[in-house]
Design a protein around this ligand. Structure first.
Ligand code: NAD
Length: 253
C-alpha cells in the first residue's frame, strides 16, 4: 500500500473523479476526510470506503466559503490530528459563449474552481510546512492548455489553477511539501454529460469524443485516480509543480 495511514482530504468527493480518487486513496491505506456540497453523494462515497474496510469522515462544505473551509479543516484536524495529502477536485462548469456568460456564472466558476483550491491550500499548506511533509494534488484540465468553444471562463479557471499549482509548488518545496496537478481530458462523469439524458444526444457526444480525442473514447475516473495516487505518493518524490496530463492525446495534437 502506497499511502498507509496517511490522512487525505479530498474535495469534490461526492461524485465522479473526486469520489473515485477517495475510494482508491483509501484502498492505498489512507484515511479520508471527504468534502463536498452534495451530502447524499458524500455519504455514498463514505459507505463505499467503509464497505471496503477503510476509514472516512464526510463533511458537507462549500469550498468557496472561507469560514466553512476553515471550520472543515479544524474538524479534519480534530478527527485525525494531521493532514498529509490534499486533493482539490471540486469544480463546476457552465457551458456558454463568453458573451452570454453572466457575472454571477463567472464568479461561481472562479470562486469554486480556483477560489476553493486557493482557500484549501492557504489553510492546509502551513500545516504541511510545519510538519515538514505533505502532497497537494489539484485537478485542472486539458483545457488549461487549449481554448475550447463555449468554455472561455471554465478554461480560464483551469489555466489559472496550473499557474497557482506551479507557484505554490515553489513556495512549498523548501519545506518538503510537493504541489502538483492532474489535467484530465474528457472524463466519464456528470460534468462531462451536463445532465444530458437523451440517448441520441449522448451518442452524438460520444461520436464527437471519437473524432476529437486521439484515444477515441472518454477517460475513466480510475485513470485519473491513478495519476492522483501517483502524485500523492512517495513514488513522485521528485515531482514538483508539474501537470500530469491524462487526456488520451488531445493536447499532443
Ligand atoms: N469530467 C471531465 O470531463 C473533466 C475533465 C477535466 C477536468 N475535470 C475536473 O474534474 C473535477 C471533478 O469533476 P468531475 O468530472 O468528477 O465532475 P462531478 O460533477 O462528478 O464532480 C464535481 C464535484 O464537485 C462538487 N462541487 C461543486 N461545487 C462545489 C462546492 N462549491 N464545494 C464543494 N464541492 C463542490 C460537486 O458536488 C461534485 O461532487 C472538476 O474540477 C472538473 O473541472 C473534469
Amino acid at each position: 500500500m502506497r499511502l498507509e495511514n496517511r490522512i487525505a482530504v479530498v474535495t469534490g468527493a461526492a461524485s465522479g473523479i473526486g469520489a473515485q480518487a477517495a475510494v482508491r486513496l483509501a484502498g492505498e491505506g489512507a484515511k479520508l476526510f471527504l468534502m463536498d456540497v452534495n451530502r447524499a453523494g458524500l455519504e455514498e462515497t463514505r459507505a463505499r470506503i467503509a464497505a471496503a474496510g477503510g476509514e472516512a469522515e464526510s463533511c458537507a462544505c462549500d469550498v468557496s466559503d472561507e469560514s466553512a473551509v476553515d471550520a472543515a479543516v479544524q474538524r479534519a484536524l480534530a478527527r485525525f490530528g494531521r493532514i498529509d495529502v490534499l486533493v482539490n477536485v471540486a469544480g463546476v462548469q457552465v457551458t456558454k459563449l463568453l458573451v452570454d456568460t453572466t457575472k454571477a456564472e463567472y464568479d461561481k466558476m472562479m470562486d469554486i474552481n480556483l477560489g476553493g483550491t486557493f482557500l484549501l491550500m492557504r489553510k492546509i499548506l502551513p500545516l504541511m510546512k510545519a510538519q515538514g511533509s505533505g502532497a497537494i494534488v489539484n485537478c485542472a484540465s486539458e483545457l488549461a492548455f487549449v481554448g475550447y468553444h463555449e468554455l472561455a471562463v471554465y478554461t480560464a479557471t483551469k489555466g489559472a489553477m496550473v499557474s497557482l499549482t506551479r507557484s505554490a509548488a515553489l513556495e512549498a518545496i523548501p519545506y518538503g511539501v510537493r504541489v502538483n496537478c492532474v489535467c484530465p481530458g474528457a472524463t466519464d462523469t456528470p460534468i462531462f454529460w451536463e445532465g444530458e439524458t437523451d440517448p441520441e444526444k449522448k451518442r452524438a457526444m460520444l461520436a464527437q469524443v471519437k473524432v476529437e480525442k486521439p484515444i477515441g473514447r472518454l477517460i475513466t475516473t480510475d485513470e485519473v485516480a491513478n495519476g492522483i495516487i501517483f502524485l500523492a505518493s512517495d513514488e513522485a518524490s521528485g515531482v514538483v509543480g508539474t501537470c500530469l496530463v491524462i487526456d488520451g492525446g488531445f493536447t499532443a495534437q
